[in-house]
Design a protein around this ligand. Sequence first.
Ligand SMILES: [Zn+2]
Length: 201
Amino acid sequence: MHLLTDIEAGKTLCLECEWLSDEDERTCTQCGARIHQRKPFSLLRTWSYTIAALLFLIPANLLPMMVITKLGIDEGNTILEGVIYFVRHGEMSIGIIIFIASIIVPLFKIAALFFLLLVAQLGITDQAKNGVRLFRLIERIGKWSLLDIFVVAIMIAMVQFQNLASVKAGGAAFAFGVAVFLTMMATEAFDPRLMFDKEKT
Ligand SMILES: [Zn+2]
């Protein structure tokens, strides 16, 4: 059974309240939100932000996240080395949080965005409902991606407070922040309704 999309029915679906307004309306007749039948240049913008986010993850993982100064010698730690550092120093839970927040979550979100983009771009409409579930999931975990930055900040404060060593944020912290921001922009630019369209407008 083929259900009509809003375009085929001459309507525009509101993404805020899911009300269907007539296609020539510019604001939702139910809740007053601004509505587009499809977000403008959604696929182009989502592809761009997603690929850029993936590129920023490279320096985020190769550059030092923290620079620890011990006896006047600087020692840089990448994200992964940082995880190992915390695990070795008996901070297993902090190591696991950093590993999940800074490696697993960003890679999962980017993989999910590529899946959504392919479903929408290639018109794989039988995957559209799975796509919507995935889209809602990555929207929800978006704000947790910044957790890692907070963990690094807390660690820096803790280590300096204990006077064990001097710790500073490295270049990876910046690259990671940019990657997180670009992933959020990609999620925002993506229009999940495109996954239900056979014909692209
Ligand atoms: Zn509405």
